[in-house]
Design a protein around this ligand. Structure first.
Ligand SMILES: *Cc1c(COP(=O)(O)O)cnc(C)c1O
Length: 429
């Protein structure tokens, strides 16, 4: 079985990996490495796969995508999605500022996260976001008082913890009882009743988000049924819900996983909501990974090959500071040589970076026929790649480019070394 996921926007032509029509070696030559490479076509296609379900054939909109931008918040990507009609799911005032800078509109923003500060609430109320997704009574109380002091009403939704097992990695599952996220299922009704008493809050929705990299539809159906049941109970108490936000979390294929196709997934959920008699609800999807994950790769160059006693190492110029997922979750990314090299024998390597940590690895036990100076592409790196990167070991963060047909656009310049300590100061003598 192939370990390489089937990709849109990236393929092998004339024995070399290309991003759309551009050979990756040309990108490495012009922009250096490590560099994140995104395909505009792949990004647009993923978005439009959701839209195909959100907008019915008669043109009527039943649902909207609110891109969970923590997956990849580059302004060019936000701008592309905004132009295609996306709203955004944000988790900080910084992300709100990015949406506005990228030409997105605040009235299509939902504000998620367990720890919103007073300053963040103020910024979001002033901008006029569509909804605050709240996760506790203290947060509700604070928002009520911030909104009161600004003389406005805050539109709110409560994040329900539906207590379903999304069958994913424990670090990225969020809808189980032991998680920090959401309001416990049994407390939801009474929390809504509290919210209904808050003079500066207006209940508009209900939301849940059960985890990430979910490759089956059944956990969503379970969560959906539990949330629809709550909506019915709320209605009976006189609390009207206008929108249902079913979160994100749809998985992608990193190797041989087989998640449902996006349009089929979205249609199944929308049809289920309708068949249960909730066709009047506005529905929100908050996908992150499934929009960007397979639309990006990380291009890197081999520095050294280091044979070891029990392992052989392929040392590259990208590292855990550029792509954290392997070190953090033992995540698998397919890694391919950009060009085939007929001079080199196939050897099994661990692909590692230059950082001083044994956890600094990008792939393990991969058979590669390569030499120093060859380039590798680390696939499926568009989500939680650049956004989780850091400056550990005083390494500037990678450049980012977006390919559109035969054109390559630099969308983030490589960080200079001087910029990394520009905000630091030594003590006076
Ligand atoms: C991270 C997150 C998402 C997106 O998750 P993906 O797995 O990237 O689709 C959606 N909603 C909320 C509240 C999140 O925290």
């Amino acid at each position: 079985m192939s370990l390489i996921p089937s990709l849109n926007g990236f393929c092998i032509k004339d024995q070399e990996w290309h991003a759309e029509n551009v050979p990756l070696s040309a990108i490495a030559q012009k922009f250096g490495t490590p560099t994140y490479v995104y395909s505009k076509q792949a990004l647009s296609d993923a978005f439009n796969s959701y839209e195909a379900a959100c907008v019915r054939p008669n043109g009527e909109r039943r649902a909207r995508v609110h891109y969970a931008m923590k997956a990849n918040s580059n302004l060019a990507i936000l701008n592309l999605f905004a132009k295609l009609g996306a709203g955004f799911d944000i988790v900080s005032a910084g992300e709100l500022a990015r949406v506005l800078a990228a030409g997105g509109s605040a009235n299509k923003v939902v504000f998620s996260g367990v720890g919103k500060s007073t300053e963040e609430m103020t910024a979001a109320l002033k901008a006029g976001v569509k909804c605050f997704n709240l996760e506790s009574i203290p947060e509700l109380t604070r928002l009520n008082s911030v909104a009161g002091s600004l003389g406005v009403k805050a539109p709110i939704s409560l994040r329900v913890n539906p207590d379903v097992d999304p069958k994913t990695h424990p670090y990225i599952s969020t809808g189980l009882k032991g998680n920090k996220f959401g309001i416990a299922y049994d407390d939801v009704i009474k929390t809504y009743q509290e919210a209904a008493k808050m003079p500066h809050c207006q209940i508009v929705g209900i939301d849940c988000h059960i985890g990430s990299q979910i490759t089956e539809i059944s956990p969503y159906m379970d969560a959906l049924d539990r949330v629809l049941d709550l909506i019915k109970q709320l209605d009976a108490c006189g609390i009207k819900i206008h929108h249902l936000d079913i979160g994100g979390g749809l998985g992608i294929s990193y190797t041989n996983e087989t998640p449902p196709a996006i349009t089929e997934f979205a249609n199944t959920l929308l049809n289920h909501i309708e068949s249960k008699g909730f066709g009047h609800l506005e529905v929100l999807f908050e996908p992150g990974r499934s929009l960007v994950g397979n639309a990006g790769l990380l291009l890197t160059t081999i520095e050294y090959l280091k044979p070891g006693e029990t392992k052989n190492f392929c040392i590259v110029d990208a590292a855990m500071n550029d792509l954290m997922r392997p070190a953090m979750y033992e995540a698998f990314h397919a890694i391919v040589p950009v060009k085939s090299n007929s001079n080199a024998p196939a050897v099994t390597y661990d692909i590692v970076g230059p950082i001083c940590e044994s956890g600094d690895w990008l792939g393990r036990d991969r058979s590669l026929a390569v030499e120093p100076g060859d380039q590798l592409a680390i696939l499926s790196a568009g989500a939680y790649g650049f956004t989780m990167s850091s400056n550990y070991n005083t390494r500037g963060r990678a450049a980012e480019v977006m390919v559109d047909g035969s054109q390559v656009h630099l969308i983030r310049a490589r960080e200079t070394i001087e910029s990394l300590f520009a905000n630091e100061k030594v003590l006076p003598d």
